[in-house]
Design a protein around this ligand. Structure first.
Ligand code: RFL
Ligand code: PHB
Length: 393
C-alpha cells in the first residue's frame, strides 16, 4: 500500500478538478488529483463551448489565458431565431460585456499542459476510488493505480467528479436532498469540418424543434438539434442531420455550409442541484453538485465559479480565516440557483415540448410571444444579456 499526505485531495480531473488544483498550487497549497479515466480520454471529451467574461478573467488571472487570448473568439452577442426570422441581441451595446467561444477541450488542454510543466501529481486511470472519514479531521481517499493500492490522507477532500462521481454519493442520504427535473428532449450534437456559417451563435426555435449553430474555430462548426431522448444516433445519417439543420436554421438569403461530420452524439438534458455542497471536510464543485441543461451555456461557467469561491475559501483557511470556507456551500448554491433559473428559461423558451399535442400548440405560440417580447423590449434584452454573459454577482 502506498500512502501519501496532502492538503487537498481532489477527485476528478475535469475542468473543475484541474482548475482547483492549479489555483491551490498558485497559492502554495499542495493537492493531489485522482481521476478514473485516462488522460487521453479526458482530453478528447467534447463538451462546452462558451466562456462568460468572468470565466475568461478567472483563467487569465491564474496564468491560463495565453492561448485563450489568441484562439478564443470574442462574441459581442447572439442571434435568437423564431417564426422564420433572426434577431440579434447585442451584449456589448446593451451592457458592455462579451462572451468568448473557446472549447472546454481547449481549457482542459491548457490546464493539463500547465500541470505537466509544473510536475503536478495526477493519478489517471485510478480504479475503485472511495472517500472515507469525511466528518473527521483526517479524511482519506483510497484507490488502485497500476495494480497497487493507494491511500491519500488530506485536510480536505474535494468532489470534482461530475454528476456520476462517488463523492456526492458518499454523503449520508439523511443529510442530503436532491432537487432535479428531466426534460422530454435531448440534444444531438455534431462537430463538422467547415467554417461557421455565422459570425455569432444562433439559437433557433422551429416548429420541428430547437436547433443551434455554434463553433469551435474559424474552421470547425458545432451544431445541435433537439431530438427525442429515446432516439438513437444510428437513426441519424449525416444527410438527415444536415437536412434537419437546413430546415430549422434556414432563413431567406442565408446559407448553411455543410462539411464532414467528425463527431456526433446524443446527450439527455437535466436540471439538478444538491441541497449542500459541503459535508464535514468534503466539498463539491461543478457537475458533482449541480447540472444545468446546456441551453444557457452555464455548466462549465458554474464549475469555474465554484472553484473560484472554494479556492478563495481554502486559501483564507490556511491564513487562519474560516469564514469563506464555512460560507462556500451557501454562496455557491445561491449563485447556482440564479444559473438554474436562467438555463431553465432558455431551455423552455427554445424547445418544443410535444408530449401532449393540445398543450404543445398553446405552448409553442406562448414561446413565440415570449421571444417576441424579448426582441421588442430593451429591458428584457438587458436581462438576457446580463445573465448570458455572466452575472457579476
Ligand atoms: P466533468 O467534466 O464531468 O469532470 C468530472 C471528472 O471526474 C471524473 N470522475 C471520476 N474520477 C475519479 N473517480 C471517480 N469515481 C470518478 N467519476 C468521475 C470524470 O472522468 C471526469 O474527468 O465535471 P466538471 O469538472 O464539474 O465540469 C463540468 C462541465 O464539464 C459541464 O458542466 C459542461 O460541459 C456543461 N456544458 C456547458 N457548459 C458551459 O458552461 N457552456 C457550454 O456551452 C456548455 N455546453 C455542456 C455543453 C455539456 C454538454 N454535455 C455533453 C453534457 C454542451 C454539452 C453538449
Ligand atoms: C457549444 O458550443 O457547445 C455550446 C454553445 C452554447 C450553448 C451550448 C453549447 O448554449
Amino acid at each position: 500500500m502506498s500512502h501519501e499526505t496532502t492538503r487537498v485531495a481532489i477527485i476528478g480531473a475535469g475542468p473543475a478538478g484541474l482548475l482547483l488544483s492549479w489555483a491551490l498550487r498558485d497559492a502554495g497549497i499542495s493537492s493531489i488529483v485522482v481521476e478514473n479515466r485516462s488522460q487521453e480520454y479526458v482530453l478528447a471529451r467534447i463538451r462546452a463551448g462558451v466562456l462568460e467574461q468572468g470565466s475568461v478573467e478567472a483563467l487569465t488571472h491564474l496564468g491560463l489565458g495565453e492561448r485563450l487570448a489568441t484562439e478564443g473568439l470574442v462574441h459581442d452577442g447572439i442571434y435568437l431565431q423564431f417564426a422564420g426570422e433572426r434577431h440579434r441581441i447585442d451584449f456589448t451595446e446593451l451592457i458592455g460585456r462579451t462572451v468568448t467561444v473557446y472549447g472546454q477541450q481547449e481549457v482542459v488542454k491548457d490546464l493539463i499542459a500547465a500541470h505537466t510543466a509544473a510536475n503536478s501529481t495526477i493519478y489517471y486511470e485510478s480504479a475503485d476510488v472511495a472517500v472515507h472519514d469525511l466528518d473527521t479531521k483526517n479524511p482519506r481517499v483510497s484507490f488502485t493505480h497500476d495494480g497497487q493500492a493507494h491511500e491519500i490522507s488530506a485536510d480536505f477532500i474535494v468532489g470534482a467528479d461530475g454528476f456520476h462521481g462517488v463523492c456526492r454519493a458518499s454523503i449520508p442520504t439523511t443529510a442530503l436532498a436532491l432537487y432535479d427535473r428531466s426534460y422530454p428532449f435531448a440534444w444531438l450534437g455534431i462537430l463538422a469540418d467547415v467554417a461557421p456559417s455565422t459570425d455569432e451563435l444562433i439559437y433557433a426555435l422551429h416548429e420541428d424543434g430547437f436547433a443551434m449553430h455554434s463553433m469551435r474555430s474559424h474552421h470547425i462548426s458545432r451544431l445541435y438539434l433537439q431530438v427525442d431522448p429515446t432516439d438513437s444516433i444510428v437513426n441519424w445519417s449525416d444527410e438527415r442531420i444536415w437536412n434537419a439543420l437546413h430546415t430549422r436554421l434556414g432563413v431567406p438569403g442565408w446559407t448553411l455550409y455543410e462539411g464532414t461530420i467528425t463527431e456526433k452524439s446524443i446527450t439527455p438534458m437535466r436540471s439538478f442541484v444538491a441541497s449542500r455542497l459541503s459535508y464535514g471536510n468534503l466539498f463539491l464543485v461543478g457537475d458533482a453538485g449541480h447540472i444545468v441543461p446546456p441551453t444557457g451555456a452555464k455548466g462549465l461557467n458554474s464549475a469555474i465559479s465554484d472553484v473560484t469561491l472554494l479556492a478563495a475559501g481554502l486559501i483564507a483557511h490556511y491564513s487562519g480565516d474560516d469564514a469563506k470556507l464555512t460560507g462556500y456551500s451557501e454562496l455557491a448554491l445561491a449563485r447556482q440557483w440564479r444559473a438554474q433559473q436562467f438555463s431553465q428559461w432558455m431551455t423552455e423558451v427554445l424547445h418544443r415540448n410535444s408530449t401532449d399535442v393540445q398543450s404543445a400548440e398553446f405552448e409553442y405560440r406562448s414561446q413565440l410571444g415570449r421571444l417576441d417580447y424579448v426582441t421588442r423590449s430593451l429591458h428584457a434584452q438587458r436581462g438576457l444579456a446580463e445573465q448570458y454573459t455572466g452575472l457579476p454577482f
